[in-house]
Design a protein around this ligand. Structure first.
Ligand code: PPE
Length: 313
């Protein structure tokens, strides 16, 4: 169960957590009219810092643009500042931040354009997404019988609430069959992504990940993994991946803000590699956590300090 924090940001004001409610006839309730983000703030020795804040804000504004939500009323800089302010107001060291832009109460009918845009930003303490042991041991997953959203149906580059109806089908089926997560194929039958994570496949020391055209979310952790792989001189390629490549991989792992870097130890009950976290995932995890926890210098300027004036890393 979610533990409330004190305040939620709503259209420029901080309101008590329990007051962040909407009318049942808000456009978003019937028609799924929302775009959102998921961002992590990490505790570092020099105070809390938000990971890749500007990239997340940019993706949210991009998502809004795709859905013609143009009259936001806030610049990217103002939204980024609101997120930092929210973490300060709630006095948290590490947390997950969830900004949501939705079409609210006004008209009923498919056309969203006459409904006001409401922006909320909430944060709370969120632990390990796929279980405590997942990061070290790896998780058991399946290939979903549900495909990921097809091109030119729901746009995958937008992080829209409605996309997550597809994710829910993938997730519920996986859980019902005793797996932690499902991997969806795209409309052409190639590997796409998990219900809430991007995916990577390692074979012969080379990392493969589906391209943006494979109905994946342009994950910010995905981008982070690709950059860290370059830094560590691990060969990588963005390419279409046939399903069976999962089974014969040396390693498979997920990336995501919530999932961070989570190894996969079996797919459809077929053991992957040695059946636990492999060396490539481990190297990437080590580098990732060293940077986000401030143990190593923040060489890519990925961390935004919550308290200004405090250098991070
Ligand atoms: N694909 C999907 C479908 C997805 O939802 C996420 C994030 C990713 C890839 C990874 O993107 P990024 O976080 O930018 O690296 N999923 C978020 C929602 C999780 C939830 O259950 O809610 C997240 O990880 O925050």
């Amino acid at each position: 169960m979610l533990t409330p924090t004190e305040k939620i940001w709503h259209n420029g004001r901080f309101i008590p957590w329990q007051d962040a409610t909407i009318h049942v006839l808000s456009h978003v309730v019937s028609y799924g009219t929302s775009v959102f983000e998921g961002i992590r703030c990490y505790a570092t020795p020099s105070g809390p810092a938000v990971f890749r804040l500007h990239e997340h804000v940019r993706r949210m504004v991009d998502s809004a643009k795709i859905y013609r939500m143009e009259e936001l009323g806030y610049s990217r800089a103002a939204l980024a500042e609101a997120i930092l302010e929210l973490v300060r107001v709630n006095k948290l060291d590490s947390c997950y931040v969830r900004p949501i832009m939705l079409r609210g109460y006004g008209e009923i009918g498919v056309n969203p354009l006459r409904n006001p845009i409401d922006i909320y930003i909430a944060c709370w303490v969120w632990g390990k997404y796929l279980g405590e042991e997942a990061l070290a041991e790896g998780v058991d997953v399946c290939v979903s019988s549900w495909n990921r959203i097809a091109p030119n149906t729901l746009p995958a580059l937008a992080k829209a609430g409605a996309n997550y109806m597809n994710s829910q089908l993938i997730k519920m089926e996986a859980l019902a069959n005793g797996y932690s997560e499902g991997i969806a194929l795209d409309a052409s039958g190639y590997v796409s992504e998990g219900s809430g994570e991007n995916i990577f496949v390692v074979r012969d020391g080379k990392i493969h990940t589906p391209p943006l055209g494979a109905s994946v979310l342009p994950g910010i952790t995905r981008d982070t993994v690709l950059q860290l792989a370059r830094d560590l001189d691990i060969p990588l390629v963005e390419t279409i991946i046939p399903r069976e490549m999962l089974y014969i991989a040396d390693e498979v792992f997920f990336s995501g803000t919530a999932a961070e870097i989570t190894p996969i130890r079996s797919v459809d009950r077929i053991r992957i590699g040695a059946g636990h976290r492999g060396p490539v995932a481990e190297r990437l995890q080590k580098e990732f956590f060293a940077i986000v926890n401030g143990a190593k210098p923040d060489r890519h300027k990925w961390l935004s300090p919550v308290y200004v004036g405090q250098p991070v890393g």
